[in-house]
Ligand binder design. Structure first.
Ligand SMILES: NC(=O)c1ccc[n+]([C@@H]2O[C@H](COP(=O)([O-])OP(=O)(O)OC[C@H]3O[C@@H](n4cnc5c(N)ncnc54)[C@H](O)[C@@H]3O)[C@@H](O)[C@H]2O)c1
Length: 287
């Protein structure tokens, strides 16, 4: 199936970057969020990224202008669903909200549209089963920031058709990404493995073994990692991180997946990482 127009739902940390990558590769994009200010914030982050790319000579002004011209922002789900061949959902990590949105999309999208969820850890099968065509439902798990990270996990359920999988694998390649295929299971491949690494790092902080900065530095200098676990948690957003952590613990039922206390407390305090200006570290501006 040929993809021409893509609806991206959620203009937050992931959605705006996903919209940009799709538009940069020539696709028309409808970018939707629930409030005008969220749509505008997403579009202005895209503009900032494109301006920076032109300044650093990674892109011409014409390419940047063409990319922006392909993105249409809206708060109206019907408008976002109009004429799309694919919807990529990147809204809050809440399975019930996601299921409600997919039920609605099922009524308003073109009959043959593919639905993809960028969830970090929720069940793709559970979401697929609220639609009339689970054969055209798939997971498309991007990494943060979508503009820079090369990998995308493509998650299939028992109901996903071969045609849907082939279409998505081809799309990833057209977007300049490397698809990795995985069966539907908690955290897929990357997040499930990372979860243990994050948990032990945060548990060490809870136990007073070392501070976030010392743990991050130790890992970065030992293994040449670009970021440590606390920096990464702040980048992802601690609210998203907590939901993902809770899902792993609930679904895999193993103690090693239990959310660390410091993560729970940060979220209770509203210190969600870069997006609120404070998480395990302090930031001058919210991003
Ligand atoms: N942050 C990451 O590093 C990361 C990485 C991979 C996948 N994900 C997944 O991507 C999804 C989005 O995460 P995020 O970090 O971008 O979250 P975010 O909180 O930054 O953005 C979510 C956006 O969705 C919007 N939204 C909420 N309900 C909506 C609805 N009903 N319709 C449309 N928009 C709605 C919010 O207003 C917000 O702008 C989650 O499922 C998350 O697990 C996140």
């Amino acid at each position: 199936m040929e993809i021409r127009r893509i609806g991206v739902l959620g203009a937050g940390t992931m959605g705006h970057g996903i919209a940009q990558v799709c538009a940069q590769s020539g696709y028309q994009v409808n970018l939707q969020d629930i409030k005008d200010e969220f749509v505008e914030a997403g579009i202005s982050k895209i503009q900032k990224f494109l301006d920076g790319s032109v300044e650093r000579k990674r892109m011409t002004q014409d390419e940047a202008d063409l990319t922006s011209s392909r993105i249409k922002g809206t708060t109206d789900l019907r408008e976002a669903a109009k004429d799309v061949d694919l919807v990529i959902e990147a809204i809050v990590e809440d399975i019930n909200i996601k299921k409600d949105v997919f039920k609605e999309l099922d009524q308003i999208c073109p009959e043959d549209a593919i639905f993809a969820s960028n969830t970090s850890a929720q069940s793709i099968t559970e979401m697929a089963m609220v639609t009339k065509h689970p054969d055209r439902f798939i997971g498309m798990h991007w990494f943060n920031p979508p503009q820079l990270m090369r990998g995308i996990e493509v998650i299939v359920t028992d109901k996903t058709s071969q045609e849907t999988l082939d279409t998505m694998v081809n799309l990833c390649k057209k977007l300049g990404k490397e698809p990795g295929i995985c069966k539907d299971s908690p955290g897929f491949i990357v997040n499930r493995l990372l979860q243990i690494w994050y948990n032990e790092s945060l548990n060490m902080f809870d136990e007073g073994v070392a501070d976030p900065q010392d743990i991050d530095t130790a890992l970065k200098v030992a293994y040449n990692f670009r970021m440590g676990p606390f920096e990464l948690r702040d980048l992802v957003g601690l609210d998203v991180a907590l939901v993902v952590s809770e899902t792993h613990y609930r679904e895999l039922m193993r103690e090693q997946f239990k959310p660390p206390r410091c993560l729970v407390m940060k979220v209770k305090a509203g210190d969600l990482g870069r997006k609120t200006g404070r998480g395990f570290y302090e930031y001058e501006s919210k991003t």
